[in-house]
Design a protein around this ligand. Structure first.
Ligand code: FAD
Ligand code: DHB
Length: 389
């Protein structure tokens, strides 16, 4: 079989790229290792930057998001039992949209299926070949049979643990990383959210986040030590700890219930450069990971898709290869700014074991400064709602 672009990975970045290329008449095939149900079972991001919202609308997959998503014009930050609000619209001119990554992915699956797009699920042993040549190809095994697709370009949208990044020779790939000594324990529960907007809470016992999916579905996170296990956390223990870390007023109104999902995610910052090698281009988590504190991971994957789809369409439509040559540089400029912001929010809001009294007071001063300074709030808001593409 032959197509123009093979996309490895059917997560949000792979599916959105596939949809945008399809709308522009660029043929593509998506190869996904897992089943559709498995992909849709992963509970992940919840906050969409406005640029992401506009991309989804332009790709024809915004209707349900616009009906069922929640526009948030600000967020609360809390420390030492007090909270204040940062107004995104006032400080940065844009809101964000609360709409789960699972729903974005579901909408993209429907759109690809409706357009007759080829998304191969349970594709095993996906392997790119000939990436330095003009005629790369990808092999995979489906139901025990090896298949081959010839193409012009291979796009690695296969997440942090995918196969694509490893194709770039060690002599070429530069990796920059920071691993944080804690993780996030996340709980999804069919309870009304404690607050109509998110609460990011700094606390001497550790960070906590109150988020949501809709009026009857809440998402909460607690900072936990690296190496902790969900088995160590009964629902009661989770709720008790959350109540301790958020302002009393919120704790008193918190509605608890059984968890319907509980998982621990490690926190790291990681960037692989360059994001292009020969005919291979990396997109999203395949090239970079940010800690979740600034809600940037999914949104960065989407901005990569913006730059890459623009470049591929210019190449196929106008025979203009320049965008492909500058993709890595353009994407990385934005990636590093989001990496900085996610690191800053993580560092400001989490408890570090070795931070000592000085570190604690500096954090408190940082949060105090943010509470009182419109300029500091503007910097936070501008980054949170998303820097321009
Ligand atoms: P992925 O979603 O990882 O998709 C990659 C796909 O490739 C997967 O479906 C995988 O099965 C497939 N694949 C992997 N290897 C292969 C292979 N060898 N062959 C074929 N297919 C393969 N981001 C935010 O913006 N906001 C948030 O609020 C937020 N919260 C988060 C909370 C948690 C708990 C976690 C874990 C992440 C969060 N993120 C958040 C990050 C966000 O979920 C990711 O950045 C996003 O999923 C990246 O999308 P992607 O398509 O690049 O990669
Ligand atoms: C959610 C996750 C985040 O990392 C974040 O910063 C905000 C919200 C969420 O899952 O709802």
């Amino acid at each position: 079989m032959r197509t123009q672009v093979v996309i490895i990975g059917g997560g949000p970045s792979g599916l959105l790229l596939s949809q945008i290329l399809h709308l522009a008449g660029v043929e593509n095939v998506v190869l996904e290792r897992r089943s559709q149900d498995y992909v849709l079972g992963r509970i992940r991001a919840g906050v969409l930057e406005w640029g992401t919202v506009e991309m989804l609308r332009a790709a024809g997959v915004g209707a349900r998001m616009d009906r069922e998503g929640f526009v948030h014009e600000g967020t609360f930050l809390a420390a030492r039992n007090a909270q204040f609000r940062v107004d995104f619209v006032q400080r940065a001119g844009k809101p964000v949209m609360v709409y789960g990554q699972t729903e974005v992915t579901r909408d993209l699956y429907h759109a690809r299926a409706a357009a007759g797009g080829l998304v191969v699920h349970e594709a095993e042993a996906v392997t790119p070949h000939g990436l330095e040549s003009e005629h790369p190809w990808v092999t995979y095994v489906k139901a025990g049979t090896e298949e081959r697709i010839d193409c012009d370009y291979v796009i690695g949208c296969d997440g942090f643990h995918g196969v694509s990044r490893g194709c770039i020779p060690r002599t070429v790939l530069r990796e920059t990383e920071r691993v944080y000594p804690f993780g996030w324990l996340g709980v999804l529960s069919e309870t009304p959210p404690v607050s109509h907007e998110l609460i990011y809470a700094n606390h001497s016992r550790g960070f906590a986040l109150c988020s949501m999916r809709n009026a009857h579905l809440s998402r909460y996170y607690l900072q936990v030590p690296v190496g902790d296990h969900v088995e160590n956390w009964s629902d009661d223990a989770f709720w008790d700890e959350l109540r301790r870390r958020i302002p009393h007023e919120a704790a008193e109104t918190l509605v608890t219930g059984p968890s319907i999902e509980k998982s621990i995610a490690p926190l790291r910052s990681y960037v692989a450069e360059p994001m292009r090698w020969g005919r291979l281009f990396l997109c999203g988590d395949a090239a970079h990971i940010v800690p979740p504190t600034g809600a940037k991971g999914l949104n960065l994957a989407m901005s990569d898709v913006h730059y890459l789809s623009e470049a591929l369409i210019a190449h196929y439509r106008d025979n203009e290869p320049g965008g492909l040559d500058t993709y890595s540089e353009r994407a990385l400029a934005r990636v590093w700014k989001a990496t900085r912001f996610s690191w800053w929010m993580t560092t400001t809001l989490h408890r570090f074991e070795d931070q000592g009294a000085f570190g604690q007071r500096i954090q408190e001063a940082e949060i105090d400064y943010l509470a009182g300074s419109p300029a500091a709030q503007a910097v936070m808001a501008e980054n949170y709602v998303g820097l321009p593409f």
